[in-house]
Design a protein around this ligand. Structure first.
Ligand SMILES: [Zn+2]
Ligand SMILES: [Zn+2]
Length: 103
């Protein structure tokens, strides 16, 4: 029984390390691509046309079709991982504030 738990713990640790590494790589890549600018997007955002636009995530390279011409820079997953705005790729304001408070 005890050995089983050890293996389970090991698997969990490996998953955790992979997740953290993945996150770190994406964060570094996002910093290089978009810099440390703060997102200034407001609400629904700028004007968008009604054309189907081919779309590609700047971080993970996920491809797809976007419903309008206001194409995002990041996919939802990458935005979540890096704490950035999916639309412009810049750092979300509230995360920056949290960071400032914790420093
Ligand atoms: Zn933004
Ligand atoms: Zn992505």
């Amino acid at each position: 029984m005890k050995k089983k738990y050890k293996i389970l713990l090991l698997i969990l640790m490996v998953i955790l390390i992979i997740c953290l590494g993945y996150r770190l790589i994406f964060t570094i890549k996002a910093n290089i691509l978009f810099g440390a600018n703060i997102c200034t997007c407001t609400g629904t955002g700028g004007p968008a046309g009604d054309a189907i636009t081919p779309w590609k995530c700047n971080l993970c390279g996920n491809e797809g079709m976007h419903a309008n011409t206001a194409v995002s820079k990041l996919c939802d997953r990458c935005a979540l991982i890096t704490g950035r705005c999916a639309r412009c790729g810049h750092i979300k304001n509230y995360i920056y504030k949290e960071l400032r408070r914790s420093l």
